[in-house]
Write a protein that binds this ligand. Structure first.
Ligand code: URA
Length: 239
């Protein structure tokens, strides 16, 4: 890969033309020697330094965000804050996007990445990657939901949901955990409405085989390591 591309892909603060200027000023080194041209070829095994600081190379980045209420899963900056604004400077890079959406008033696990292929695999309806939600309801949780959802409930507009697993959660009679294998618009809320109840609080607590880190505060971000990234695609069966 070209040196200028390598550096600007890893450093949100440096465009390719910034890198060209830095190379001309002798501030970029490759394996300890000043780089002569911004178009020289480097690979991930090379040590690249800008102003004495090593630029480590990662092809992609994967960030677990504990989304708070009040922000939206969008890449477009506007009046409403987006989840991307919560990503700290040191994890920012070009091309980041939220893989999937939670409603503005939903909390919990959102994956932010620049890896389009992984996001596609995680979200493709045919992959049935499970997503589990902690749900608090207006009326007490009715265990009859378990059979209703397991059969595939029909929600408003006549859409039939794939079978989903539901169970009571802890001591709170209004709380349950629901696992979906697809992602229809407002699906959890619409499923409980079809079952005669109403969601008053919603939090996504896992994606695939990866749980939201219980120590991650609302609005906090955590870079995922390779072994955790693989868990995102686990279906919980033998896939
Ligand atoms: N289902 C919903 O109703 N809302 C979400 O944010 C996610 C799933």
């Amino acid at each position: 890969m070209r040196l200028d591309k390598y550096i600007s892909s890893q450093r949100i603060d440096l465009s390719r033309s910034d890198v060209k200027k830095l190379v001309r000023a002798g501030k970029v080194e490759v394996n300890g020697a000043a780089a002569k041209k911004p178009e020289m070829n480097v690979d991930p095994a090379d040590t690249v330094e800008v102003c004495g600081e090593i630029v480590g190379y990662k092809e992609h980045i994967y960030i677990m965000l504990n989304k708070p209420q009040g922000c939206i899963c969008s890449t477009r900056a506007g009046r409403t804050p987006t989840v991307l604004e919560l990503v700290p400077e040191e994890l920012r890079r070009r091309g980041l996007f939220p893989a999937g959406r939670l409603d503005k008033d939903t909390e919990g696990f959102v994956l932010i990445t620049d890896d389009g292929e992984l996001a596609h695999n995680m979200l493709a309806p045919s992959r049935h990657v499970p997503k589990t939600y902690y749900v608090r309801l207006e009326k007490p949780y009715d265990p009859a939901c378990e059979a209703l959802f397991a059969e595939g409930i029909t929600i408003d507009g006549g859409e039939v949901c794939l079978p989903a697993e539901c169970c009571a959660d802890g001591d709170d009679p209004h709380a349950c955990a629901l696992t979906l294998h697809e992602g229809k618009f407002h699906q959890v809320k619409r499923m409980f409405e079809a079952a005669g109840n109403r969601v008053v609080y919603l939090k996504r607590i896992s994606i695939g085989g990866l749980a939201l880190d219980p120590n991650l505060p609302l609005g906090g971000c955590l870079e995922l390591m390779h072994k955790d990234v693989e868990k995102l695609l686990c279906r919980g069966d033998s896939n």
